[in-house]
Design a protein around this ligand. Sequence first.
Ligand code: GTP
Ligand code: MG
Length: 202
Amino acid sequence: MDFKGFDHPGSSGGDGTRSVKVMIAGGFGTGKTTMVRSVSDIRPLTTEETLTQASVGVDHLIGVTDKTETTVSLDFGKIRLNDELVLYLFGTPGQERFWFLWNGLFKGALGAVVLVDTRRLASSFRAIEEMERQDVPFVIALNIFPDSPEHPVDEIRDALDISPDIPVVAFDARDRHSSRDVLAVLISHLKEHSAVVALESR
Ligand SMILES: Nc1nc2c(ncn2[C@@H]2O[C@H](COP(=O)(O)OP(=O)(O)OP(=O)(O)O)[C@@H](O)[C@H]2O)c(=O)[nH]1
Ligand SMILES: [Mg+2]
């Protein structure tokens, strides 16, 4: 696969379309592959393998007991958000034993969506730390399952220990419109973020 043209801060095509690389990150089984699948305009590339004994006792399967597959390398999808913007979506693997892949995956990424399952908040802590470490601006997307507890957003924000300017939105990863809305929130956040960075660097 040719990933040329993804260098920061996104590349412009001859027709004025801007291509931007966006990461879909989050803990194990939070719905990253589901989101890339639901929102992509093209048939997404996924690299799923059957869950093996290697994950027993390592990954917390509460709430995802019917899960049979896990991403071993990446998910890849593409969506045209509007006339000017095409997003290339890179879903990360959730299992800790594949996290060594993350450094390479983030190269050239302009922003990220961090998926959180509110039944297992802690599973996304490491993903949030990783965004902060790699200095990738992100939004939090709460993937709501039928038995998800209803916590006020402020409590979730406190539990995740994120700054007040980071958007937190609830969504359904299986739903194309809902997933698309999350990407639109990310793009507005990136616009605000780059305005703040521009002001700070004056
Ligand atoms: N009810 C419900 N089930 C969901 C939702 N999103 C995902 N699922 C299910 O939850 C499981 C986990 O989804 P995946 O998309 O594989 O999660 P992932 O984050 O890619 O997982 P890893 O790659 O293993 O980290 C699957 O069995 C999905 O069918 C949702 O919004 N609601
Ligand atoms: Mg996956």
